[in-house]
Unconditional design. Structure first.
Length: 123
């Protein structure tokens, strides 16, 4: 090793040398340019909204029916609906690439476990 100063080196890199964008970037670009993407987003949103509305209406009807009449299987069905339908919405959203929406419905599913146990009379 010599004791002299070291000259700084400059590395010139062309855009072509940096490599192609990653798979995720190409997939996102392909999805953004796909003319069917808007229709797919609308379809997923409508399915998730339909499941959510069915969940709200069925749960309210089953709880009302179970609380006003004699104790039957309505409460167990209401407890099942309280947990299963948010999970169905999570599966629909996640399967179609909406991970954050699916995650929100998974959290809702987990939050509904304790009320479902109370509805069924197990808690």
């Amino acid at each position: 090793m010599t004791g002299g100063p070291v000259a700084p080196s400059i590395l010139l890199v062309a855009v072509e040398d940096q490599g192609a964008p990653g798979f995720a970037a190409r997939l996102a670009l392909a999805r953004a340019e796909d003319p069917r993407e808007a229709a797919r987003r609308t379809d997923v949103a409508l399915r998730v909204v339909a499941v959510t509305l069915a969940w709200l209406v069925l749960l309210a009807l089953l709880l009302g029916w179970g609380l006003t009449g004699p104790a039957g299987a309505e409460r167990q069905v209401a407890a099942l609906v309280a947990v299963v339908l948010p999970f169905v919405a999570a599966v629909i959203a996640t399967k179609n690439g909406y991970v954050w929406l699916g995650g929100a419905y998974v959290v809702l599913t987990l939050v509904m476990v304790l009320p479902a146990l109370g509805i069924a009379g197990l808690g």
